[in-house]
Design a protein around this ligand. Sequence first.
Ligand SMILES: [Zn+2]
Length: 80
Amino acid sequence: MTDVPQDPCAHCEEMMQPYLDHILTEAERVEAEQHLDECDWCRRRYRFEESLRTYVRQVVTEPMPSELKAKLAALRIPLE
Ligand SMILES: [Zn+2]
């Protein structure tokens, strides 16, 4: 195991959105949860992101305009 990320928080940051989308592999999910368990900063960030999503889900009851969708997509970390 030599491919330990230099900065676990940066790695966690990368996994945050896919983690919230529940599209991580099992191993990645475990890794993200382990980090969230140890890292106060990322845990707070995760809670913030999650509450934001819950809020958005409640507010958005009709299909999002494609312009807004594009804006939100641009804020996301690319998956590849
Ligand atoms: Zn962290």
